[in-house]
Design a protein around this ligand. Structure first.
Ligand code: NAP
Length: 302
């Protein structure tokens, strides 16, 4: 099929980790034309077949952004200062409906509030879950929910090992390291699931949940995996209240670890959904040990 006759997928967050993965997977798959959306097209020229401006905080930009699109991938960035995920997603869903979009894929997370019976407050999870209903009720011909895991990349980024007071390099976090609760994955592989979902609407387009899970580990298993590869990382469990008070935003991260410990990252047995996601991705996601061997070079801990 020539590029002009291909259906078009518009990707929010195309310059970021999730949307970037979606752009690359769609390009590799070759079935669709890809429109990368960004607040700053001049900075991201050449990202996809088309690069078009979209600002979720300026609803008026979304009409042109979604014009002529068959499908839309939406991710919102909780961590961007000033972001109201509900407002942004509502504007995106509305604009997509008005533009005649047929297939909508939303990057969601579990409803911590409901599953924990109101005990845990993790707005970057629950806030996304609350958007699911809006997507469901919008009346798209097809819609699906993709669930990003705990990025392996966190462990070399924001959650990279730190020098501890005993001189070791490692982690001091508010979680029991023996509890296996973290559904993890290489976020670069999220795109395979999303591209598969767009390509196979009959299998996933009726509101299926599609989590990317490369591994399911405890912190002890994470540390053991790395130390078997030559690192010498330590782990120390710290009290939730101490961690929560140790930096701005600490309470949200502390509650997130409490969530992993009490309910696991995905919050319930998701083996069916994980199997479906892997099937439509057409491959098994990369295990943590394999990812770490390449991306966690041993000299980093020396
Ligand atoms: N780290 C984890 O383990 C983890 C796990 C699950 C889910 N998440 C979620 O992942 C989300 C972040 O995704 P990411 O890691 O892919 O982000 P990222 O790499 O930090 O990139 C952020 C993206 O969001 C776009 N963006 C931000 N504000 C926008 C706006 N107003 N209008 C349009 N686009 C906007 C940016 O586009 P431009 O700058 O080009 O406009 C950029 O592409 C967060 O909501 C977080 O809760 C993270």
């Amino acid at each position: 099929m020539s590029s002009n006759s291909k259906q078009l997928i518009a990707v929010i967050g195309a310059s970021g980790q999730q949307g970037g993965a979606v752009v690359r997977a769609l390009q590799a798959q070759g079935q669709f034309k890809v429109r990368a959306l960004t607040r700053n097209p001049a900075k991201h020229r050449g990202l996809a077949d088309e690069v078009v401006e979209a600002d979720l905080d300026r609803a008026e930009t979304l009409k042109a952004a979604f014009e002529g699109a068959h499908g839309v991938f939406l991710v919102t960035n909780f961590w961007e200062p000033g972001t109201d995920e509900l407002k942004q997603a509502t504007a995106a869903v509305r604009a997509a409906r008005e533009a005649g979009v047929k297939h909508f894929v939303w990057s969601t997370l579990p409803d911590v509030e409901t599953i924990s019976g109101g005990k845990l407050h993790v707005p970057h999870f629950t806030g996304k879950a609350k958007i699911d209903r809006i997507v469901k009720e919008a009346g798209f011909a097809h819609h699906a929910f993709v669930i990003a895991p705990f990025f392996y990349q966190n462990l070399v980024g924001l959650l990279a090992p730190q020098k501890q007071s005993d001189g070791t390099l490692g982690w001091a976090l508010p979680i029991d390291p023996s509890v296996r609760g973290i559904h993890m994955g290489d976020i670069r592989e999220l795109g395979n699931i999303v591209a598969g979902a767009f390509a196979r609407p009959d299998e996933t387009g009726n509101g299926e949940y599609l989590p990317l899970v490369g591994d399911f580990l405890s912190f002890n298993e994470i540390v053991d995996t790395l130390n078997r590869q030559g690192h010498e990382f330590s782990f120390k469990q710290v009290p939730t209240e101490v961690f929560a008070a140790s930096f701005p935003g600490g309470a949200e991260i502390a509650a997130t670890f409490a969530w992993f410990q009490a309910h696991t990252y995905l919050g319930s047995d998701s083996s069916y959904q994980i199997g479906l996601a892997n099937k439509i991705a057409g491959r098994q996601p990369t295990k943590f040990s394999t990812w770490a061997r390449v991306n966690f070079p041993v000299h980093a801990s020396a």
